[in-house]
Design a protein around this ligand. Structure first.
Ligand code: GCU
Length: 591
């Protein structure tokens, strides 16, 4: 990695922003899950930190007392949001303490890491009464090296979680999804040898189908350590030696590589080893690039048949977190006939990303820079850069990951452009292979040309421009759908990354009345938008918003919404609406 990324990570460490090292491929390591029921205390006035309940102190004598106890009280599932576990917590925004004990019986000089898949939205972590760190950001992993913090035998772990929205957060004060709080993904104890493989990035050359580039970062920052990359099926066993940073780089040629694609999601067993450590996982290899206004996968143009998806199980009214949840969500997406999923509006759990890769689903991933963000705040920019780095470090070996989304519906300004350009720069430094895009809702009808146009200098930074526009819902048709014309970044591929309208499943009504919330209206809206898409010259993909109805505090209508955004093609109870069949037929018509 470039010197300035090391500096950035150092700064974040100093700022306690938790941008510490992130082990690559945690599920391929020696780990113990700390999932299950944890003790919990709801702390709306943040008294727990003031009274140091994380020390879980023992009463000194008969005259002593304490006004809390973790044992014998509320118990919450980990992983899971708290909102769906207790009706009193449905709308709760504030602090909840989680605590549990765990045993350590270490034999050798192994390293021990405490790893969180995600905690929403910010947290402080205490081990045996001492704060070992914290993290901000509800959708990216973080870890702590607790080798020297644990004690043999019983340890007491407390996590102070707070999901209060703030103006300097990402996302900020308002966003159109539920503000789930809690320890929302797996918690793991990970053991590694004293000298271990910290990170690696193994990928096919951006354009050549037979060259693989590998970078392997060892924990020991010393020169001359041997690293080996093996891909048995390709008869690859390539050695390299680290530089003074402990980083080994190697490019090697492969023959008869079957490149990953939605039609053939081929993955190869890849083994990375050093003198003292060894990890393995399945990795796919593919070429992805833009040429003029087309997106090319493995040297053939591909049309992105996508769908938007929140990380939510609507029937449980809770955030998705498990392999089973991933199967439930992605199997429905596959049924629709998609070759891509836009994981909106934040990095989703690793089960979803890895399963998508095995199912042959390309992915668009983004951090929740959603509409109003404090772009003038340098700390917020550092947070965004750290979240981006955490997302890329976790997922950049996933060949299904095709697009990094930089932002969603932001308004041009000097501060916003500088903020977003810094993310594009970071991304291109860390990962040269993926396509960078952003979703804009700025296009307006130019009355002089009677065409939808948009001015935004930030487009120049992108490989692909993406448009969110709700024709027939938030925006009236200015003319018949077949007459609507678009003139947006005609030199780049354009993905229509959001369109759609609401319908309450089972509600019939007039297909011409928007406020009918009828399936017939939604069905006609989809047909009208598909007609409009036929006339966008640089259209390279579409991504209807959204696969499932989802929870949102924005959505007040007493009968049609009741706290649900009803733009789903599938209802919150899993029933397909008429518009689902329109998209199914359309996607099947595109080979
Ligand atoms: C926006 C936004 C989505 C939101 C959608 C809607 O485009 O990106 O997050 O849910 O509109 O209003 O339904």
């Amino acid at each position: 990695m470039r010197w300035w990324i090391w500096l950035f990570i150092y700064i974040c460490n100093v700022q306690g922003l938790g941008a510490q090292e992130l082990l690559a491929n945690v599920y391929g390591r020696q780990y113990t899950l700390l999932n299950g029921k944890w003790n919990a205390i709801i702390d709306p006035y943040q008294q727990g930190r003031r009274t140091a309940i994380y020390k879980n102190r023992v009463l000194r004598d008969k005259a002593d007392f304490k006004e809390y106890a973790f044992e014998g009280g509320l118990r919450l599932n980990v992983p899971s949001d708290w909102n769906s576990q207790l009706s009193e917590l449905k709308y709760y925004e504030g602090t909840v303490w989680y605590a549990r004990k765990f045993e350590i019986n270490r034999k050798s000089d192994e390293n021990l890491f405490l790893y969180f898949g995600a905690v929403s939205y910010r947290c402080r972590v205490y081990l045996n009464g001492v704060q070992i760190g914290g993290h901000e950001g509800g959708f990216t992993p973080f870890q702590f090296n607790i080798t020297n913090a644990v004690r043999e035998g019983e340890n007491f772990l407390a996590v102070e979680v707070d999901n209060t929205r703030t103006v300097d957060a990402i996302p900020a004060l308002s966003f159109d999804w539920w503000n789930y709080g809690g320890i929302t993904r797996d918690v793991m104890l990970i053991c590694t040898p004293k000298d271990y493989i910290s990170d690696y990035f193994i990928q096919l050359d951006k354009y050549k189908p037979d060259y693989i580039h590998a970078e392997v970062q060892l924990s020991a920052r010393s020169v001359g350590q041997m690293v080996k990359i093996e891909i048995p099926e390709l008869k690859v066993a390539s050695e390299a030696f680290t530089d003074e940073r402990g980083l080994a780089k190697k490019t090697f040629r492969v023959r008869n590589l079957k490149r990953w694609s939605p039609q053939n999601p081929k993955l190869y067993q890849v083994i990375v080893s050093s003198e003292s450590d060894k990890v393995e996982e399945n990795i796919g290899f593919r070429n992805l690039y833009v040429k003029n206004t087309r997106i090319y996968l493995n040297d053939s143009p591909v049309f992105m048949k996508s769908i938007g998806l929140h990380e939510e199980i609507a029937q449980r009214q809770g955030r998705a977190y498990s392999e089973q949840d991933a199967v439930a969500l992605l199997s429905e997406a596959k049924e629709l006939g998609v070759n891509m999923i836009r994981l909106a509006h934040y990095p989703q759990n690793e089960y979803i990303v890895r399963l998508a890769e095995r199912m042959g689903l390309m992915l668009w991933e983004e951090i929740p820079i959603w509409q109003g963000i404090d772009f003038k705040n340098n700390d917020t920019r550092l947070k965004a850069q750290r979240m981006y780095a955490e997302m890329l470090k976790r997922d950049r070996n996933r060949c299904a990951l095709s697009f990094w989304g930089i932002a969603n519906e932001t308004v041009p300004s000097e501060a916003r452009n500088a903020f977003l350009k810094s993310l594009v720069k970071l991304c291109r430094e860390m990962d040269t292979t993926r396509l960078i895009t952003a979703a804009f809702d700025l296009p307006k009808l130019n009355p002089k040309t009677n065409t939808f146009e948009m001015e935004d200098s930030f487009i120049e930074e992108l490989d692909v421009v993406s448009i969110n526009k709700y024709m027939g819902w938030y925006h009236r048709w200015p003319m018949s759908p077949s007459e609507v014309r678009w003139n947006i970044a005609l030199d780049k591929p354009l993905i229509f990354s959001e369109f759609g309208g609401e319908a309450l499943y089972g509600q019939s009504g007039d297909a011409t009345v928007t406020s009918s919330w009828s399936e017939e209206y939604q069905e006609k809206l989809y047909k009208d938008n598909l007609e409009m898409f036929r006339h966008i010259p640089n259209l390279a993909g579409i991504s209807p918003w959204i696969l499932f109805d989802f929870r949102s505090p924005y959505r007040f209508h007493p009968t049609n919404q009741e706290g649900w955004n009803r733009k789903g093609l599938i209802s919150d109870q899993g029933y397909r609406k008429k518009a689902w069949y329109v998209m199914k037929e359309y996607y099947e018509s595109i080979k």
